[in-house]
Design a protein around this ligand. Structure first.
Ligand code: ATP
Ligand code: MG
Length: 382
């Protein structure tokens, strides 16, 4: 008899047909990499994954943050006999106090003499007899005792919700436009959680934005790396582009034209490094440039899917996620960002795609984009 950690991964992985092996292999590798330095044993029993370790609490705290895992359970492994299983079920129930419960059984091992209904009934009866204060409620029980019979049997009643999502690295890649604000790190986290590999680009307006502002973005990228294991950060010099826009384009269109350039550069860098998509932290209506018309204008130059995972979220909810994932405190540090320095007094909130194209046609767009990319700083190992 020993304690193990049962790992339940997203049921969506099951839908992957032939790709399922790829997803599982990736997930296993990701688990292995968060457990680097812990000693543990991996056990597979008829499609269920378990971990054994001297320090299960520590292993659990790490594993529950691995994308693709939706639940972890502390289980007791026992002999696959009704006596051993029932005895352990009683031990579990002794902690329940006065409450309602039911037993849920799962028999993957078809050689076991009882089917799952019979098992649940018999084990339930033993528990009811042995522990005071319990009542059975099969519809809405307060507590559930789970029993799984495979080659060995496993009994548990403690489940811990894990992060969910899909194994990191199984759903293509994205270029996150990472500013120093609250939203973009959250957007990046949400994409990474769905298995999308993260790269990040930051537009830096030296000397109008300080070294500290750049350091802050690097810190945010490092925090995201805590979830992804690796992240490439591209720091693109944006001052020349901004200066040219300010000099030559209508004042009330500065922000929107700037944003279009950010999209151009992000797509071009994505193309150069084989990155499938772009992600931003935009949320509809949040600021003047995040109107439907504004999004149409910046999408005008996108040559790949642009994901905006926060588009329908309220700021207050975005802030909650930001606190949960540990980026909030860094995001609120008060360093200037390139968009706040050059804000027009009356920004256009309903820009028209054709008119913006016309306004910016005076600029040498290709050269500006190319120079920005040529002078980019690249951090592969933050
Ligand atoms: P955030 O909190 O992410 O900074 P925000 O609410 O301040 O967002 P904007 O400044 O309008 O909104 O930016 C919208 C999105 O554009 C950001 O979420 C980010 O994806 C991208 N973005 C803005 N500024 C930069 C920058 N300097 N470098 C890279 N991306 C940027
Ligand atoms: Mg911002």
């Amino acid at each position: 008899m020993r304690k193990l950690l049962l790992i339940k991964y997203a049921s969506e992985i099951f839908l992957k047909g032939l790709n399922r092996r790829i997803f599982e292999k990736k997930l296993m590798k990701n688990i292995d990499s968060v457990l680097k330095g812990c000693s543990y044993e991996f056990i597979s029993d008829q499609g269920r994954w378990f971990l054994y370790s001297e320090d299960l609490e520590e292993v659990m705290s790490k594993v529950k943050k691995v994308f693709g895992i939706y639940e972890v359970c502390l289980v007791t492994e026992v002999e696959p006999t009704m006596e051993a299983i029932s005895a352990q079920a009683v031990v579990e129930a002794e902690d329940f106090g006065e409450t309602t419960f039911k037993v849920e059984s799962n028999r993957a091992n078809k050689a076991f003499p009882l089917n799952s209904m019979e098992m649940s009934r018999e084990i339930g009866a033993v528990v009811l007899n042995a522990v005071e204060g319990l009542r059975v409620d099969v519809h809405k029980p307060q507590r559930i005792i789970n029993v799984e019979v495979r080659k060995r049997a496993y009994v548990y009643s403690k489940r811990v919700k894990a992060v969910g999502g899909m194994p990191y690295g199984t759903n293509g890649s994205t270029m996150l436009m990472l500013s120093g604000g609250i939203d973009s790190p959250v957007a990046g986290y949400l994409m990474a959680r769905r298995g999308v590999e993260l790269n990040a680009i930051y537009f830096h307006s030296h000397p109008y934005t300080s070294e500290r502002a750049k350091e802050k973005v690097k810190d945010l990228a490092r925090l995201l790396k805590g979830y992804t294991g690796k992240i490439n950060l591209y720091v693109a010099p944006f001052t020349d582009i901004q200066m040219d826009i300010i000099e030559k384009c209508p004042e009330n269109e500065l922000t929107i034209i700037m944003r279009k350039f950010m999209m151009r550069v992000a797509c071009a860098v994505a193309e150069k490094y084989n990155i499938n998509s772009v992600t931003t932290g935009e949320s509809i209506g949040q600021v003047a440039s995040q109107t439907m018309e504004g999004l149409m204008v910046s999408n005008d130059v996108a040559d790949r899917p642009v994901f905006r995972p926060l588009i329908a979220m309220d700021k207050i909810d975005i802030m909650d996620i930001s606190r949960d994932i540990g980026t909030y405190e860094t995001s609120i540090l008060p360093y200037e960002d390139c968009c706040t320095i050059f804000v027009p007094k009356h920004p256009k909130i309903k820009p028209r795609v054709d008119l913006i194209r016309k306004s910016e046609s005076i600029l040498d767009i290709d050269r500006l984009v190319q120079e920005c990319i040529d002078n980019m700083e690249i951090y592969n190992d933050l």
